[in-house]
Design a protein around this ligand. Structure first.
Ligand code: ZN
Length: 195
């Protein structure tokens, strides 16, 4: 079990008290400790080298595109420390049929989402990790999310979706391949609308 980070507990206690919250009066004495533990787990992707996530790679002998769609994620906006969440869709062109297990992409997303983040950077980091760690010839990543720091403050923003994408390698240079990759992801969109 993770040790309690006393410094974080103390800082959270002071933070809440500075906002005028009387912890004892509200029965919130244990809240600073809970928050410190919660944030330690929300930020446990910090300092991880994504290269160590993939485990054994497999040679398929196939040349086709590989897509992993609808990977859910929860992350924290680094400007306000409020959640943003949604799903990640990935398409990649393996290098000489070298692929990773599908479940590893879920782990990659979780690792990169579990740190103070921006959606744009998360999107790029996922694409570049797959390109660099697997040697993929091209990667397309599309992330759709809701940003609570926007929607909680302004009710007019309710339902606003933010979409970011990143392309590497052949998807950035070859229009046909790029189109094929988008087609796989459009399938993802249709699946959403029927859900
Ligand atoms: Zn924010």
């Amino acid at each position: 079990m993770r040790d309690t980070n006393e410094r974080a507990v103390q800082a959270m206690r002071e933070f809440l008290e500075a906002l005028g919250i009387d912890l004892a009066a509200r029965g919130m004495e244990k809240t600073p400790e809970r928050v410190a533990k919660m944030y330690a787990s929300l930020f446990d992707g910090l300092g991880h080298d994504t290269k160590s996530l993939w485990g054994e790679l497999f040679h398929t002998g196939a040349d086709g595109l590989v897509a992993v769609r609808h990977i859910p994620f929860y992350s924290m906006c680094e400007h306000h420390l409020v959640p943003f969440f949604g799903e990640v869709n990935v398409v990649y062109l393996p290098n000489q049929g070298q692929v990773a297990g599908f479940g590893k992409f879920v782990k990659l997303v979780e690792c990169l989402a579990h740190q103070p983040q921006l959606q744009e950077r998360l999107t790029a980091q996922i694409a570049h990790a797959i390109a660099n760690d697997l040697g993929a010839r091209g990667v397309m990543t599309v992330v759709t999310a809701q940003q609570l720091c926007m929607t909680m403050r302004d009710s007019r923003a309710h339902g606003t979706q933010t979409v970011t994408s990143e392309c590497t390698g052949v998807f950035a240079s070859d229009r046909d391949l790029c189109q094929q990759a988008w087609s796989l992801l459009e399938g993802a969109g249709r699946y959403d609308s029927n859900a």
